[in-house]
Design a protein around this ligand. Structure first.
Ligand code: GLU
Length: 589
């Protein structure tokens, strides 16, 4: 409930008035939904970022080098989705060892957090208030992820990997309609913080150049001093100050709760390597992100459920019906069983077992949709068609984030999803540092989702909130087939599932699978569906089976790569969602 200002932030406002961060009349780099060729591929939501990744590959860097450089560039051009103030998950396929590994760069609650982090006077605080607060900021994991990934698998230093993004932040990029919309949608809360207002307001015009010299300097500090500048040094001190004393404008009437983060929290932050989640699907190996993300177990369980039917032979309606029902069932399990594995005994292996999926698939009827939210099963003791307890609905999650996918000339693949949680994160720019802080801790359940039932996703000290991020790599006998991921909060899971099944079962090309209208069933009465989905006949046929739909805006923004039989690669991105993505290849052929 505290409001505070900082003199430094006030100075930044003055500086911004003198040196405008945007000027008119630049041209935007071209977007491209597909690129095919050799030498390496990059797909991200942004042309400048993809190009930076391609340049790294062209100079001999590998997939991890390019993934870090691209991610750093997205911190510049897509700052409302991701950046060093947030976290994410990286899944990496090493062509030499044919092994898939992952890095968990999830944000972590400060040591002072308790189960009642978001409870006041016995009641959950309003979600809308939690999102714009210091309280919701987790210790960022992105800088540590970059450092670990480069150390473990990269060939270039952090210094080198961040240089193009630093230059981009200094030189500026052309504001597109998406960036313009993101600032506009967040303008009210950005305007409540001196630092955020100074960086982003007034809303920069489409076509103008947006520069972020503070972020350039922050990247420079990381290049020079390594990530200790962030976790032990001046950048970290400014993060802690912004979290604990958010730079609220004196004129603001917003209730902004402070957090309680310390330099010890930052110093203790670790981005551990974790075993990937794994399941087989129609003879292929599907690797994803294990808990604390629910992506790997939920995509995997749904695939296992779907594997009980030959989707390739089903009618379109039956395919979609089964896709929605498998999503519903696996979300019930996700909501009941998945949280930070350091705090609860998550049944990851059991959730991914075919025996368990079979016991869940038996609940699907070919003729009638389940009426609404269903109960989870018990993966430790699967019973055919058995359920365990009361229904487990899906709590709200933000719908932003960004995903990039890279493959290099050696066949290494990186699938990397990173986020600051909702669009614009907490809305708080770290004064003088040029980046937004996440509000990832709102991914915790504020109170138990089902009263009386243990919830593995309640807050706790040094705990990671459950995620839905689903960076995914598919192999065939140890060789890459495809890799993909998406933003979209909990709908990430259904988006990845829909694209995978359309590509692997239904004969769509990668580009068609990405472009196709989306629907997302997350154990609720209504399935969310894009307008384009509702404009097809599909919803009528599905409604006849008992499905109910609610219209929603865009679902997800996929990027993906796939290896072609002749050894070339295809990169693919959205043709229109998020304004269209940018697929690039080193040598187009
Ligand atoms: N915070 C979400 C998660 O970790 C992602 C948010 C989003 O995609 O917007 O699952």
């Amino acid at each position: 409930m505290l409001r505070s200002t900082s003199t430094l932030a006030a100075l930044v406002v003055v500086a911004a008035l003198v040196v405008p961060t945007s000027t008119a009349n630049a041209t935007e780099a071209p977007r491209e939904p597909e690129a095919v060729g050799a030498g390496g591929v990059v797909a991200s939501v942004d042309p400048d970022a993809s190009q930076i990744g391609i340049d790294v590959l062209r100079r001999g860097g590998n997939a991890v080098d390019a993934a870090v450089a691209t991610a750093a560039a997205l911190g510049v051009t897509d700052p409302f989705s991701a950046g060093i103030g947030g976290g994410g998950f990286l899944v990496f396929y090493d062509a030499r060892t044919r092994k898939v590994s992952t890095i968990d760069g999830r944000e972590t609650a400060p040591a002072a957090a308790t189960e009642n982090l978001f409870v006041e006077n016995g009641k959950a605080i309003p979600f809308a208030e939690a999102v714009t607060s210091g309280l919701s900021v987790g210790v960022p994991g992105t800088p540590r992820t970059w450092q670990r990934a480069l150390q473990r698998w990269g060939t270039i230093s952090l210094d080198k990997a961040l240089k193009p993004a630093e230059d981009l932040a200094r030189r500026g990029f052309t504001v597109d309609a998406t960036f313009h919309r993101q600032v506009t949608e967040n303008a009210a809360r950005l305007g409540d913080f001196t630092s955020s207002e100074a960086l982003f307001l007034p809303v920069p015009a489409v076509g103008s150049t947006f520069r972020n010299p503070d972020l350039a300097d922050t990247y420079r500090a990381l290049r020079k001093d390594g990530v200790s500048a962030f976790y032990k040094g001046g950048v970290g001190r400014d993060v802690v100050k912004a979290v604990n004393q958010p730079p609220v404008k004196p004129t603001s009437t917003r209730t902004v709760r402070p957090g309680a983060m310390t330099m010890t929290d930052l110093g203790n932050y670790n981005a551990p390597q974790r075993e990937p989640s794994h399941t087989t699907y129609r003879g292929l190996d599907v690797f994803g992100m294990a808990p604390p993300s629910s992506g790997g177990t939920t995509v995997g369980e749904a695939l296992n459920i779907l594997e009980t039917t030959k989707l390739a032979d089903e009618s379109r309606t039956q395919y979609l019906h089964r896709f929605l029902e498998a999503s519903r069932l696996s979300f019930a399990d996700r909501n009941r069983w998945v949280g930070d594995p350091s705090f609860s005994d998550v049944p990851t292996g059991e959730l991914l077992s075919q025996a368990y999926a079979d016991s869940r698939a038996c609940l699907i009827s070919a003729t009638t949709a389940m009426p609404g939210a269903v109960a989870p099963g018990n993966p430790r003791d699967p019973e055919p068609c058995g359920t365990d307890g009361t229904e487990a609905p899906t709590p709200y999650e933000g719908t932003d984030t960004t995903h990039l996918t890279v493959a290099d000339r050696w066949g290494n693949v990186a699938a990397y999803t990173l986020t600051i949680e909702q669009e614009g994160g907490s809305g708080i720019v770290v004064p003088g540092r040029g980046f937004l802080l996440n509000n990832e801790l709102t991914d915790f359940s504020f109170t138990p989702v089902t009263p009386g039932v243990p919830d593995p996703n309640l807050p706790g000290p040094n705990k990671r909130p459950r995620s839905s991020m689903s960076p995914t790599i598919v192999l065939d006998h140890g060789k890459p087939v495809m890799a993909l991921g998406s933003p979209g909060g909990a709908s990430i899971i259904t988006t990845v599932l829909q694209v995978l099944t359309q590509r692997l079962d239904r004969g769509l090309t990668l580009r068609q699978a990405i472009e196709a209208p989306r629907a997302s069933q997350r154990n609720a009465t209504n399935t969310q569906a894009e307008a384009a989905f509702l404009a097809t006949q599909d919803d009528e046929a599905l409604t006849a089976l008992g499905h109910r739909f609610a219209s929603t805006g865009e679902i997800g923004a996929v990027t993906a790569v796939e290896r072609l039989p002749d050894g070339r690669w295809r990169a693919a991105a959205e043709p229109t969602r998020r304004g269209g993505g940018a697929a690039r290849v080193v040598w187009p052929r």
